[in-house]
Design a protein. Structure first.
Length: 611
């Protein structure tokens, strides 16, 4: 462009016009007439005449003013372009057109006329995305939502968008189609203001000791609005007998007419959490299968899946097929074997895996995979499960070998899903038996580490909060588990648990404690144990005689604590030839006294309990 200094340097009008013609395009308006109008405007005085005809001077004056403005703007643009450096010149952003074209669900056959404009309104005016249409009119008997059910799913961008669009949608249906419509979960503007006012008042009253959890629901947000409408008014007809295909009476009742249209409006997080599409898909599949059995047909799974697929129009996100293919490919395993085919595990193998797991022996890879498949059948296919089987599954997953490919996070996630599934089915999972099984499996897991240690602490806290007394078997199981890790603090804590409930300890628990401590061959540990545990044994009520397996365990512990104690007890030395200090040391040996006390109790002691 031409700078202002270059233009003003030429005082001659002819030179200036030549420069303009050289720079501007050929189709640009000529500036010669404009310059002549400028000279004529300098000598002409514009006057206003009171007549209907317009003077030529007025038109000339307006053209002159417009020409001056154009020239001034042209000079300013030239100066601005000259002052702007090249690296600050930015081009307008260019957005490539999206390759994903959203498609609306197709209208099913024999659908009500209002369904097509309703879908367009939901997509265009309400602005809901990811529309899915479920044709559930074949469900018999009809669901609680109504007969001839057609369900539409949509995703809202936010809570505000959800409630505002749902409220407008209900009013639009009532106004245009004169049908009844109700919205479950819709929070109106007045109700929202009332709840917010009460919430602020409550927070003000609580002050610094507020119990309001940050980010909590507090009854204000729902994330889900269900709009239910009927295409025709509910008509009540007289009850009559219903006949089946063979002509026999199948029941009595009044038929219902009309189609029920339900629009499920949800936020994205709520829709992923509930996954209602999968729920209704399973309901439709089971209902169609039951209807086929009533008709005497036995459709295959492929035929049933194909029939269900014709009733559902589920939303597919762009790139979902590619992502699912990549995910499936990443989960493939390659097996190298000399056999022509892999044999499927038999029920005997599953029973053997259960026995091996309960016995504490490690499982192989096939047994781990069979456990995972069994849990999927329980969770998705509705396979039966009781509390005993739940305990076996939890224990087996936590004790699975490291070579099975299960990480610590996978183990904890599976256990959490198992417990959640059991709780949903009404199983008692917050029991002492279940908690003891989980703690035992956590401690003896081959993947034991900080993560499992934190989970162990949490379950132990739940166990301590229970008010039910432990059984002898539960105490023994936890003692063995803690002893395998050398956690003697928890070992003695669980040993003393029965005292909290004022229950006596049996000879079996004492025998287990002495035998476990003696197996460590730790002199200091055996000495500390004998100094307090033996004296608790002799004052236990009902009394326990230290004989049999219990007596052998105590003697083994004494031999580790003092290897000369048994010899001094059986063959005491001649005290006459020994100095007095040595005599007093042998006579006051605590371990020799324990052996002597055991002999006295076994010779003429109380009735022994079963060790």
């Amino acid at each position: 462009m031409i700078a202002r200094r270059a233009l003003t340097a030429f005082g001659c009008q002819t030179c200036r016009q030549t420069i303009y013609q050289a720079v501007l395009r050929s189709n640009a308006p000529s500036l010669g007439n404009l310059s002549q109008n400028v000279r004529r405007a300098q000598t002409t005085v514009a006057t206003r005449r009171f007549m209907s005809t317009r003077d030529e001077n007025v038109v000339s004056h307006s053209q002159t003013v417009q020409a001056e403005k154009d020239e001034h703007n042209l000079e300013e643009d030239a100066e601005a372009d000259e002052d702007t450096p090249w690296f600050l010149e930015e081009e307008a952003p260019r957005h490539l057109p999206s390759q994903h074209k959203p498609t609306l669900p197709k209208i099913p056959e024999n659908a009500p006329e209002m369904l097509e404009p309703l879908i367009k309104y939901v997509y265009e005016d309400m602005g809901l995305d990811d529309l899915s249409l479920l044709d559930l009119r074949d469900i018999d008997p009809p669901t609680s939502l109504g007969p001839n059910l057609v369900m539409l799913f949509g995703t809202a961008r936010s809570e505000r968008h959800l409630h505002i669009s749902s409220g407008r949608f209900v009013r639009w249906i009532r106004r245009n189609y004169n049908v009844s419509a109700r919205a479950e979960g819709l929070i109106g503007a007045g109700e929202l203001k009332t709840k917010l006012r009460r919430l602020r008042k409550k927070a003000k009253l609580l002050g610094q000791n507020t119990l309001l959890t940050p980010g909590a629901d507090l009854g204000i947000s729902t994330g889900w609005v269900c709009v239910n409408t009927r295409t025709a008014a509910e008509t009540v007809t007289d009850e009559s007998a219903n006949f089946d295909a063979s002509g026999l009476i199948s029941g009595f009742g009044a038929s219902e007419h009309g189609t029920t249209i339900v629009v499920q409006c949800m936020t994205e997080s709520r829709r992923q959490e509930l996954d209602l599409e999968s729920l209704w898909k399973g309901i439709l599949k089971r209902n169609l299968k039951e209807q086929a059995k009533i008709r005497g047909e036995k459709p295959s799974d492929d035929e049933l899946d194909g029939l269900v697929a014709t009733k559902l129009q589920l939303h597919q996100a762009p790139g979902a097929s590619q992502w699912s293919a990549m995910e499936k490919a990443s989960q493939q395993h390659r097996y190298y074997s000399t056999s022509a085919r892999r044999l499927a595990p038999s029920p005997q193998v599953d029973a053997a895996s259960d026995n091996a797991t309960s016995a504490g022996r490690p499982m192989d890879l096939d047994q781990v995979a069979s456990l995972q498949q069994e849990f999927l059948d329980i969770q998705l296919a509705g396979a039966p499960m009781d509390e005993a089987r739940l305990e076996q599954l939890v224990s087996s997953i936590l004790r699975a070998p490291l070579s099975g490919g299960l990480t610590v996070e996978d183990r904890l996630a599976l256990v959490d899903q198992m417990l959640h599934t059991g709780d949903e089915r009404g199983l008692k999972i917050h029991t002492r038996q279940m908690l003891v099984t989980i703690i035992e499996a956590l401690v003896t897991s081959p993947a034991y580490g900080p993560e499992l240690g934190r989970a162990q602490v949490n379950f132990e806290m739940l166990l301590r909060e229970l008010d039910t007394p432990p059984t002898e078997e539960e105490v023994a199981r936890l003692m063995n588990a803690y002893a395998s890790h050398g956690d003697w603090e928890r070992f003695w804590e669980i040993f003393k648990t029965t005292s909290r409930f004022q229950l006596p300890r049996s000879g079996r628990l004492y025998e287990l404690a002495f035998r476990t401590i003696a197996a460590t061959q730790d002199v200091k540990l055996c000495q500390e144990t004998l100094r307090w545990l033996y004296y608790e044994l002799i004052v236990e009520q009902p009394s326990i005689t230290p004989d049999g397996a219990l007596g052998k365990a105590i003697v083994s512990c004494v031999n580790v604590a003092d290897k000369h104690a048994m010899r001094l007890h059986k063959n005491p030395p001649n005290f006459e030839a020994m100095p007095p200090v040595e005599v007093r040391r042998i006579q006051h040996n605590e371990y020799v006294k324990i052996l002597a006390s055991m002999e006295a109790l076994c010779r003429d002691g109380p009735v022994s309990s079963t060790p």
